[in-house]
Ligand binder design. Sequence first.
Ligand code: HAM
Length: 424
Amino acid sequence: MKKLKFQKPTGMHDILGFDQRCFEKISDKVKEIAEFYSFNKIDTPILEDCELFNKGVGLITDIIQKEMYTLKTKGGDCLALRPEGTASVVRAYIEHGMFSYPQPVKLYYMGPFFRYERPQSGRYRQFWQFGFETIGEDHPVYDAQIIQIACGFFSDLNIAISLEINSIGDKECRPAYRRILVRYLKSKSEALCSDCKKRTKDNPLRVLDCKNQKCKEIIDGAPQIMDHLCPDCHSHFKKTLEYLDEMEVSYQLNPHLVRGLDYYTRTVFEFSTLKENEKTLALGGGGRYDKLVKNLGGKDTPAVGVSFGVERIAELMKQINYTDNKKQKNRVFLAQLGDIGKRKSLKLMGELRKHKVATSESFGKDSLKTQMTRASRIGCKVAIIIGQTEALNNSAIIKDMDTGEQKTIEIKDIVMEIKRQLKS
Ligand code: HAM
């Protein structure tokens, strides 16, 4: 096959057709949930200062070391295509002095993000995320509320999910655990993969989520952070789980869940599809990041949040044959014949729009048969036909697409009649 002159960049994709409808549905649902829980929308720039992510996400993470798209501007600034949303939201929180707002400040977002990863099914270099961030409260009830929001979202879309949760402590207890873990890993160093040998030095907690089979056996015997949490972290985690129990949210404790970003403290969690014995890509993940605001130059401010991969959710909607016919069912098809028919139809379409009646057409086609076939394919409930005779008489035929019944009425009465038929 002849190679096209231009193709989309590797790992990036066009969002079309059914995918676009899934994206829209997800976006509507996110907005509805955000409004219910009083989250305000924030859009941040696609490009940010590289240092924001170096400091926020952490230098010794895959995102910063391998995956960030960076560029130098003509003015010499180093900018990065945002690989995630939390650091940007926190930057905006500080920059707009949101610590003076009533706390917590609740913000949500949806948009494209960029990571230079090896493309595979469900993993892209440009992908969409939506996320919720609650900034300015350290109470565990907000960890549980973020999880409740996520569970509500999936339940509304009929997507079964599993939730894994862990606590990775804070600056009081994590350094001591880190030392114990490093001692253990060093004692098994011979058997670790080369990445994990390196991680033992740089970022030992990341060894815990290595997927290499040999490493996994060693990780299974590793000391667990749960046994080393300080009293405050222990109590925070216990309370979070009690809230989840109260809400009857099912979860699995995963002592090896550490997440790939460095800003987390205490609670971390991940959502995946519910498929037995099958390792699936995460649909979303998040946790508490009580030190990020301070680390990025703001006041000491606790926070918790989550974000989700939109493509991965859209793919699941495809698999469960998600359908949303409602919009199509209330659609009208406007068919016409001849020049005067077109003129009258174009004018009528303007009237229908004023009355918010969704209308499709094939103005470029002159065969009535072709137009009616299209009307059925779209799934329109009613068709309006303005043939040459009707155009001259200032009338139109209204056809019920389910029963085939039709009647002729004056054009001036069309909108009211259509609205009546769509309601019935
Ligand atoms: P993350 O786990 O890196 O967390 O990403 C969240 C979700 O984005 C993933 O679970 C996945 O569904 C999706 N995702 C990530 N990378 C890709 C990719 N290459 N292709 C397709 N989907 C992808 C964060 O980004 C944090 N900011 C979450 C957070 C919010 N923590 C606190 N607040």
